[in-house]
Design a protein around this ligand. Structure first.
Ligand code: GLV
Ligand code: GLV
Length: 317
């Protein structure tokens, strides 16, 4: 009987699906990220693994996998897996694209609005019972109409954010390796250099994958190009921004507000983030909707079943 190990409890439909194939499914049931030693112990004899973005599959871990044919990552990002090394070991890696695009794009827009309209600051003021009545200058924010949104990485999620932003009357520019013709047709978006994007956008939103080319892509030099008083949104991966440099700019108010769902060293945030007023920070919930998480789980399970039954993976990376 083929063994499938799931590194943490995920929505039940995925487990039912795998059971219907007659696989021996085991789930790590503690509701915390699995430790490296527990992971190694559990994957040694597995034929397939459903992994989370918090599980690191480096060479050392991959070398322990004797029978594994597929690692189905329960995420669209797969920077937690050494994919090149997995390939050498004939392990197929899959991810969960598309099913979380709309949820993640919704959250990016939520952060845009929260930053532009100072939603969190306003709510705190009220909850601290400091609301003394309507005032002409209370918590003035920024209107979105006619503002320029710069999309860094115009893949599925970036494009979905652009479409939403267009309905607010925003102008869209994007930086991407290749041209995205359908995005241009749908939103009148223009492709520009990263330097241009950073220097003219009122809002910059990051939708790039994390890899060696995008690690600290927004370093000190690039961050210094960001137009004064603009908004920076990150729902992709924390490591794309050099956080220490971002914090300096936020302290100087060079950046109006940063809306961040992801961080360099999750779950241990740089303490400065807790002290800043011009940030909206969230605990990596981009894909956290019932719809997205159920469909991510099912897609991961379908990838496992496809590979174990000798078919092509549905969404290999
Ligand atoms: C979430 O961060 C994902 O990569 O799916
Ligand atoms: C991921 O789904 C992306 O292409 O943005």
């Amino acid at each position: 009987m083929q063994k499938v190990f799931i590194t943490r409890s995920i929505p039940q439909p995925a487990i039912d699906y795998l059971n219907s194939y007659g696989y021996q499914v085991s789930v790590y049931r503690k509701d915390t990220a699995i430790s490296n030693s527990e992971l190694i112990k559990n994957i040694k004899n597995s034929d397939a693994v459903i992994s989370l973005l918090t599980d690191k599959f480096d060479k050392e871990v991959l070398d322990q996998m004797k029978n594994c044919k597929v690692i189905a990552n329960y995420a669209v990002g797969f920077n937690n897996i050494d994919v090149a090394y997995a390939k050498k070991k004939n392990i197929i890696v899959t991810n969960t694209p598309d099913v979380l695009t709309d949820s993640t794009a919704d959250l990016a827009i939520a952060l845009v609005l929260a930053c532009a309209r100072r939603i969190v600051e306003a709510e705190k003021l009220l909850m601290q019972k400091k609301f003394t009545g309507w005032a002409p200058q209370l918590l003035l924010g920024m209107e979105l109409k006619n503002k320029t949104l710069g999309i860094l990485g115009a893949g599925r999620i970036g494009a979905a954010v652009a479409v939403r932003a267009k309905s607010f009357g925003m102008k869209i520019i994007y930086f991407n390796r290749s041209r995205n013709n359908s995005l241009e047709a749908e939103t009148n978006a223009k492709k520009v250099s990263i330097e241009k994007l950073l220097s003219v956008s009122d809002i910059v939103s990051i939708h790039l994958p994390l890899n060696s080319e995008t690690f600290h892509l927004l370093n000190k030099d690039k961050l210094s190009l960001i137009k004064k008083n603009s908004i920076l949104i990150n729902t992709a991966r924390g490591e794309i921004i050099d956080e220490k440099e971002l914090i300096k700019l936020l302290k100087k108010k060079n950046i109006r507000c940063a809306g961040l769902d992801v961080f360099e060293n999750e779950p241990n945030l740089n303490e400065e983030f807790y002290k800043l007023k011009n940030v909206v920070i969230l605990p990596h919930i981009g894909s956290a909707t019932e719809e997205a998480r159920t469909n991510m789980a099912l897609l991961a399970a379908k990838n496992v079943a496809a590979v174990l039954s000798g078919k092509k993976a549905i969404t290999p990376v």
